[in-house]
Design a protein around this ligand. Sequence first.
Ligand SMILES: C[S@@+](CC[C@H](N)C(=O)[O-])C[C@H]1O[C@@H](n2cnc3c(N)ncnc32)[C@H](O)[C@@H]1O
Length: 201
Amino acid sequence: MTESDRSAGWAAYYQQLRDRPPRKTVLAALDAFGDPPPDALVIDLGCGDGRDVIEELRRGWRVVAVDAEPEALRQLQARPLPDGCDVTPVNARLEEVPIPLGVHLVNSSFAMPLCAPEAFRQTWERIREALPSGGRFSGQWYGPRDSWAGRPGMTFLSRDEALGLLQGLDLELFEEEEADGVTPRGNAKHWHIFHIVARKP
Ligand SMILES: C[S@@+](CC[C@H](N)C(=O)[O-])C[C@H]1O[C@@H](n2cnc3c(N)ncnc32)[C@H](O)[C@@H]1O
């Protein structure tokens, strides 16, 4: 697939999922904070056109919104954003972007598995280190029975491997989902997903 095919594919994806509600994982993480901490800061890795970012901003969080596709950030900035909100769009790969100092929440919905295994593990280590005590990670990882398992440049983890990487964190939500469905692009797919909210003690 060429780069422009991939960009066109993501643009169609953003269009198709426009106006879907925020992911349950980011909602659970934001709810778990209660009132946002002072200077509440979230980095959203692979934010797309802002499905979760809009909710983060609506709740008064400052957001660093990271996506490898310029079109994602263009569409995010074209959306009606809450008055006075503080969002910093960053066009970068999530495995390369620095996690900012002072972050309270790292949210990555359906994006981390789009990294190769070595980059995934290094990114996860950086996330764990960057989170302060009381900080949280929310997002999705993919399991080995997912139809896309084996695709190059992606990461799939067994339940035990996922739990191993999360060891030492308080698991506030860990749901394994397996279902036959259809991708937003209309292709049949077996989903094997771990939905995660984890808090650093
Ligand atoms: C499946 S979409 C999810 C978008 C959004 N988080 C959501 O839940 O709707 C994955 C997003 O991650 C972005 N992406 C894929 N690989 C990436 C990478 N290595 N670094 C940064 N963004 C990436 C894509 O451009 C796309 O916008």
